[in-house]
Write a protein that binds this ligand. Structure first.
Ligand code: AHR
Length: 503
């Protein structure tokens, strides 16, 4: 059996984990809203048409914040279309996803859903086809108490108290040619600055997220962040990062190493923020919002076929990736990467939540079930709150297509206020189990409360409506702890949650 060593010291603090790193995302895209969270007439629908079985699964994930209503969708969206009497709301062609948006679900309905799910809303405004004026108007509509055109419009539409939305995205992926209203970094930076200023003048309590590059693979990545922040640094609170990984060639070791890229991406964006801070002699710190992250590739060909046959229909079954076991391992590793960077990443959204590249799937008129990736997210959201500690890991390494020196063991540690410690660990080794020596001597006496493990002999194994428990967590072998030195056995290719409780 191979061996690795982890030192977790209570004084090696990375930072307090902002619970919003366990956020998610619901876009008006495919069956995320229509046929996902909302399906009037379904046996599980509540009086508003929202599926109770879906809310039950969302609540299990305990998602503190949900980004809404897009994504690419927002860059052509008029927020006014989504409020007021439903029968008067227009149907619009959505040029982001080539579907028809009926606006049956809008801000008021989604806010009720979010409240029931126990989530806050992170609202994305349109800075593609629209600008600062409409950005100001929606903040007035959502957050101003009363006595102005848009706040009174909200009250007339049945919502006396403000929605009090605290976090706002200044558009979405504005460097992408697929975006309606794509901009250069300078153009976007100017517009974002003016929008942020006006939005904060309406409600000084809000925070705003400026669009970073759509991905670290964009040719403009880096210069985009630098140039756009030069225009808006003082008025924005976060820069967004988006990243999706894929494994089209079946290269599992290479796929599982992609979090090396994610870590690099985070550190690069943080460095650019700080460079602009230095250049401007500023005291203001801009942090990071990793507001789209996941695995996404399984459904891409299928989507092209759907569009060939069915453009402009409502709720097309788009981006319906079926996630397998190795995807769950990478998602686990991505969560570990977010925890390890808790000092700078304050918001993160698993993209997305239901049906569209999602941990939760539904069938129209049928069941709702958890995909493989549901479980690492569930564990991290449940046990990964508190203080992120630097889990110093000494592990054998491997080389793969894109990286050298990839540690077989990827780990993060979190301590809560009661002195309990949770270690999250992925074993990337395809063949060998590992003996983990976890040094916890700086803590008062700890005992092993639980070892949860996710492993499957088949990296391509999936969950389906008929077989929803094919890939699920089980009890791990655990191990022993003696005077703060724990020895835990973890299987080859596995996601592990090792919970230590203070005696
Ligand atoms: O999450 C799916 C899409 O991916 C989002 O709409 C967009 O922002 C990104 O390109």
């Amino acid at each position: 059996m191979k061996k690795a060593r982890i030192i977790v010291d209570r004084d090696f603090v990375i930072g307090e984990i902002d619970k919003r790193i366990y956020g998610s995302f619901v876009e008006h895209l495919g069956r995320a809203v229509y046929g996902g969270i909302y399906e009037p007439g379904h046996p599980e629908a509540d009086e508003l048409g929202f599926r109770k079985d879906v809310i039950g699964l969302v609540k299990k994930l305990d998602v503190p914040i949900v980004r809404y209503p897009g994504g690419n969708f927002v860059s052509g969206f008029n927020w006014e279309d989504s409020v007021g009497p439903r029968e008067e709301r227009p149907k619009r062609l959505d040029l982001a996803w080539f579907t028809t948006e009926t606006n049956e679900v809008g801000l008021h309905e989604f806010a009720k859903w979010a409240e029931n799910a126990g989530s806050e809303i992170m609202y994305a405004i349109n800075l593609g086809t629209r600008g600062p004026e409409q950005a100001r108007d929606i903040v007035e509509y959502a957050n101003h108490p009363s006595g102005s055109k848009y706040s009174d419009m909200r009250i007339a539409n049945g919502k006396k108290d403000p929605f009090d939305i605290k976090l706002w995205c200044l558009g979405n992926e504005m460097d992408g040619p697929w975006q309606t209203g794509q901009k250069t970094a300078k153009e976007y930076g100017r517009v974002a600055n003016e929008a942020a200023k006006m939005m904060k003048w309406v409600d000084p309590s809000i925070e705003v997220v400026a669009c970073g590059s759509s991905s670290s693979e964009m040719p403009t990545f880096g210069s985009w962040e630098l140039e756009m922040l030069d225009e808006c640094y003082e008025n924005v609170d976060y820069v967004s990062l988006h990243r999706y990984y894929e494994n089209p060639t079946g290269d599992t070791p290479g796929f599982l190493a992609r979090t090396m890229d994610m870590d690099d991406f985070i550190k690069s964006v943080a460095a650019i923020c700080d460079a602009v801070k230095g250049k401007k002699h500023s005291k203001h710190v801009v942090n990071l919002s990793f507001d789209e992250w996941n695995v996404w590739y399984h459904s891409k060909e299928q989507d092209q076929e759907i569009w060939k046959q069915d453009k402009w229909n409502r709720a097309l079954p788009l981006l319906e990736d079926i996630y397998n076991f190795e995807d769950a391992l990478l998602v686990g590793s991505m969560l570990i990467t977010l925890i390890k960077n808790a000092d700078r990443v304050k918001v993160a959204c698993l993209a997305q939540l239901v049906n569209v590249i999602a941990p939760i799937m539904t069938r129209n008129g049928g069941g709702a079930w958890a995909q493989t990736i549901f479980y690492p997210f569930f564990h991290a959201s449940k046990y990964g709150r508190g203080t992120a500690l630097n889990a110093l890991t000494d592990s054998p390494v491997y080389s793969c297509s894109d990286y050298e020196n990839v540690p077989y063991i990827d780990a993060a540690a979190v301590a809560d206020n009661e002195g309990n410690v949770t270690v999250f660990a992925v074993n990337r080794d395809m063949e060998e189990d590992f003996e983990l020596d976890i040094d916890l001597r700086s803590f008062k006496e700890l005992s092993i409360a639980e070892h949860i493990v996710m492993h499957n002999d088949d990296v391509k194994a999936v969950n389906t409506e008929e077989n929803p428990d094919n890939v699920v967590p089980t009890a791990g072998k655990g191990g022993s702890i003696n005077e703060g030195r724990a020895v835990i056995n973890i299987p080859a290719l596995s996601w592990n949650v090792i919970r230590f409780t203070a005696k």
